[in-house]
Design a protein around this ligand. Structure first.
Ligand code: UDP
Length: 245
């Protein structure tokens, strides 16, 4: 699989259907696979924290979430054609597993969100096999019990929606304890499945302006978004120092 090294983070050059196909292959393999969808903010964190970069690079699939990452790949002359956001990949996977019987676990969101997401998903994908749910608010002492709940459910695929970097850290911490074949860190997707949060209209997504839409809707994100210009400057200044192979 072709990949680009962006400030020390491997990003696989796949579009949404290709990412979903990889996940279907992972579900057939008898081992654990982590799927992360780094955006520019996450890559900046990895750039500053080598341990976090190592954690990301352990994932079996890393897709470009966000226009910043797509532009970075172009600057580095290994162009990714379009973003492959976690939500979109998850949608494609849901369509693929609607009638395969694969066991899905929904983990994350405020209390009540996973239940609502489950109900909505079942109306949309009537044959979907959702074997368990768990909200995303817990103390450290509850983590093992959550792993046990997920393992006991027989889940093969877990949607982990704790926001970044919590979800990536959680998935990596439990990669050898989890019996599932795939865990995907997909941020606020359960809120969208539940109908509590709306996605940016397509025109914003297609034109790479989703960040602007979200900023208008959720102005408190401004601090986090200031990482985007820093990311662009860092990729231009330092991006070529990283080996591409
Ligand atoms: N969340 C959670 N547990 C936490 C913190 C956050 O389950 O301890 C959930 C939160 O309810 C929301 C999602 O994680 O559903 C984060 O959504 P956001 O859109 O902020 O994701 P990001 O942009 O960080 O990927």
């Amino acid at each position: 699989m072709d990949k680009v090294n962006i400030l020390g983070v491997r990003v696989d050059m796949v579009n949404i259907p290709q990412a979903a196909d990889r996940i279907m292959d992972f579900l057939d393999e008898d081992k654990f696979h982590a799927v992360f969808t780094p955006n520019s903010e996450i890559i900046m964190r990895a750039y500053k924290e080598p341990e976090f970069a190592g954690l990301l690079n352990r994932a079996e699939l890393l897709t470009a979430d966000g226009i910043g990452v797509v532009y970075a790949s172009k600057i580095l002359k290994k162009p990714i054609r379009e973003r492959a956001a976690g939500y979109d990949i998850a949608r494609q996977v849901l369509a693929n597993i609607n009638d395969t019987g694969h066991k899905l676990f929904l983990f994350g969101g405020k209390p009540g969100v996973a239940e609502e997401a489950k109900d909505k998903l079942i109306t949309e994908y009537p044959k979907l096999n959702i074997v368990g749910i768990r909200n995303g608010y817990f103390g450290n002492d509850e983590e093992e019990e959550i792993v046990e709940q997920i393992n006991n459910s027989g889940a093969e695929l877990i949607f982990v929606c704790l926001g970044a970097p919590k979800q990536e850290e959680w998935i990596d911490r439990y990669r050898s304890a989890l019996k599932a074949r795939v865990a995907m860190g997909i941020g606020g997707s359960l809120d969208v499945f539940a109908g509590r949060v709306e996605r940016a209209p397509e025109i914003f997504r297609k034109t790479g302006m989703e960040w602007f839409y979200r900023l208008c809707k959720e102005p408190w994100r401004i601090g986090r978004m200031m990482e985007l210009p820093k990311f662009a400057v860092t990729v231009v200044a330092k991006g070529r120092n990283y080996q591409q192979d």
